[in-house]
Design a protein around this ligand. Structure first.
Ligand code: UD1
Length: 437
């Protein structure tokens, strides 16, 4: 899988061509990762997962599961997880450090094997990301948690169902606790849960394993634990953040781009804001066995986006993962836009890079003040995280001249074949090995 991930890459982007054509959405990284971790609930059983994207983070989760003894194979987008009767309950530190989502093995391991040792995920470039809510929930279910030398040691004879109120609707905590509850005794009611579509995808998988899960998207999940599980098969939902990246690539280049395999209600927050900004687009039913809808964006008659205000919020609010992408789009709006970040405190590190390309962005506390400019200029810029990297590529596509986006390793964590997909809709982009001096 993906030797491209082993080297350092930069992307050369030559701007201003209007993009035109169709692009298909990949499976959602953030849905696939917790579902992959959930296979640890299956003792001596098998999980088949369809529509899994080919990404570096998926490789990291694969390495983690293999290190624990799970046999993992891949045939195009379909992955098979054969889980032995016994697995190692220790998550190797170097893999947890590489990807925070590795901590998602905690819930299923304690639930099924009564023990887990996982190193504390460190800080990352978008800000500190504790797992206190995950641990608090596990303690409520009867787990004993000890922190020793940077590792979380969790143990429990058998977790017990209970009522858990999350202080914040954390996506990861909701997922970890749902998986823990799947093998607990009795019923667990988790309140103030995350309502992201990825939660529903995990709920469907747990149901496929035989667990009774009642998650109606209203911020409350009820789970009745089971004593035995069964083989299961499920499809990963389309990646709403990736879909929005290509929608915005069309918008920013004044092009005509259709993005297939989209669930419209997953991206309502962006569509509502695009409407407010004056973008013309339509949501169309499509044939095929994907999500059944496509979104087409058309060239903007007024040429420039109208300025808008956005606040990032948990779903169904505007996603923090789309924040850098919309900021890139607003750099060329016809006025002053305000974008407030409410989830991660250090998520504007990329603004300085956009300013190197001629954008006019000021960061005031947790708000980006974006004054629209007439044009952007190509420049050498560096990704500071995954979505920041995608935002810089979008800006490069809408710039005059050539840009070079460095640290593409971040982008490979979440975008499958981004260079080929962009070229297929007319972009002039190329991956190049970066100098490693
Ligand atoms: C997931 C997504 C990530 C997205 C984020 C918010 C995956 C693999 N990643 O991350 O792309 O940006 O949701 O939509 O699905 N928090 C605590 N204590 C905790 C847990 C979280 O204080 O125990 C805080 C975090 O610091 C952050 C906020 O809650 O400020 C949201 O985090 P959370 O929803 O947990 O995000 P992740 O699951 O890490």
């Amino acid at each position: 899988m993906g030797s491209v991930f082993l080297k350092m890459y930069k992307m050369k982007v030559r701007g201003v061509a209007s993009l035109k054509g169709r692009v298909n959405t990949q499976g959602a990284k953030n849905a696939a990762l917790p579902i992959m971790a959930s296979c640890l609930l299956l003792k001596g059983q098998k999980m088949i997962l369809d529509n899994v994207p080919n990404l570096q983070d998926i490789d990291t989760m694969t390495d983690l599961l293999r290190a624990m003894g799970v046999s993992v194979s891949r045939d195009k987008g379909t992955m098979t997880f054969d889980v032995p009767e016994d697995v190692s309950c220790e998550a190797p530190e170097h893999l947890v450090r590489k990807m925070r989502a590795s901590s998602l093995v905690l819930g299923p391991l304690v639930a099924r094997y009564g023990r887990a040792v996982v190193s504390m995920p460190g800080g990352c470039s978008i800000g500190s990301r504790p797992i206190d809510l995950h641990l608090k929930g596990l303690v409520k279910m009867g787990a004993k948690i000890e922190m020793r030398n940077g590792f979380v040691h969790a143990s429990a004879k058998r977790l017990r169902g209970c009522r858990i109120y999350l202080d914040f609707p954390s996506v990861g905590a909701t997922e970890n606790l749902m998986m823990a509850a799947a093998f607990a005794t009795g019923e667990t009611i988790i309140e103030n849960t995350a309502r992201e579509p990825e939660i529903d995808n995990l709920a469907t998988v747990l149901r496929g394993m035989g667990v009774k899960v009642d998650a109606e998207g209203a911020g409350c999940v009820r789970i009745r634990g089971v004593g035995e599980t069964q083989d299961c098969r499920e499809r990963v939902i389309p990646d709403r953040i990736e879909a929005c990246t290509y929608i915005l690539a069309g918008v920013m280049t004044g092009g005509e781009v259709t993005v297939d395999d989209v669930v419209p209600e997953h991206i309502d927050a962006l569509l509502a804001k695009l409407e407010e900004a004056g973008v013309s687009f339509s949501v169309l039913p499509t044939a095929g066995n994907g999500a059944g809808y496509s979104v087409a964006v058309y060239p903007n008659i007024t040429k420039k986006l109208r300025p808008i205000s956005i606040k990032t919020m948990p779903f169904p609010g505007f996603p923090t993962d789309m924040q850098p992408l919309i900021v890139a789009a607003l750099t060329k709006s016809s006025g002053v836009s305000l974008v407030e970040e409410n989830l991660f405190q250090a998520r504007f590190l990329y603004a300085g890079e956009l300013n190197r390309m001629g954008a006019d962005i000021d960061i005031k506390n947790n708000t980006a003040v974006i004054r629209g400019v007439n044009s952007l200029d190509g420049a050498v810029v560096a990704a500071t995280d995954l979505r920041a990297g995608a935002a810089l590529i979008l800006a490069g596509l809408a710039s005059e001249g050539e840009s070079s986006v460095e640290n593409m390793e971040y982008v490979f964590r979440g975008y499958e074949n981004i260079d080929a997909k962009l070229r297929a809709i007319g972009a002039d982009v190329a991956l190049e090995a970066a100098d490693q001096s």
